[in-house]
Design a protein. Structure first.
Length: 117
């Protein structure tokens, strides 16, 4: 099993920045890709960004391209999401996800990001 704990969410004005962190514990040797999803009120959870184990391949949704950057530090079992030029439509509960080499997917509890206009 893998446990994920997110941190770094908060309230920020439009145009501001936040950095989210997600630290994995447990059977971390099984983790391959990690990423972030988000769910806004009244909407379905949506994919935001992912990164592979070595950190040399990423995939990002168009709506945040150029503003959000994902990175990871495998020595700390941590993935980061640097968010800049935040917009009110980025307001959501942000979830960290990790995929194992067997195809299992693990989720964190989420961290709230609120962007005021």
């Amino acid at each position: 099993q893998v446990q994920l704990v997110e941190s770094g969410g908060g309230l920020v004005q439009a145009g501001g920045s936040l950095r989210l962190s997600c630290t994995a514990s447990g059977r971390t040797v099984s983790i391959s890709d990690m990423g972030w999803f988000r769910q806004a009120p009244g909407k379905e959870r949506e994919f935001v960004v992912r990164i592979n184990w070595s950190g040399d391949s990423t995939q990002i949704v168009d709506s945040v391209k150029g503003r959000f950057t994902i990175s990871r530090d495998n020595t700390k079992n941590t993935v980061y999401l640097q968010m800049t030029n935040l917009k009110p439509e980025d307001t959501a509960l942000y979830y960290c996800a990790a995929a194992s080499t067997r195809g299992d997917v693990y989720w964190g509890q989420g961290t709230q990001v609120t962007v005021s206009s």
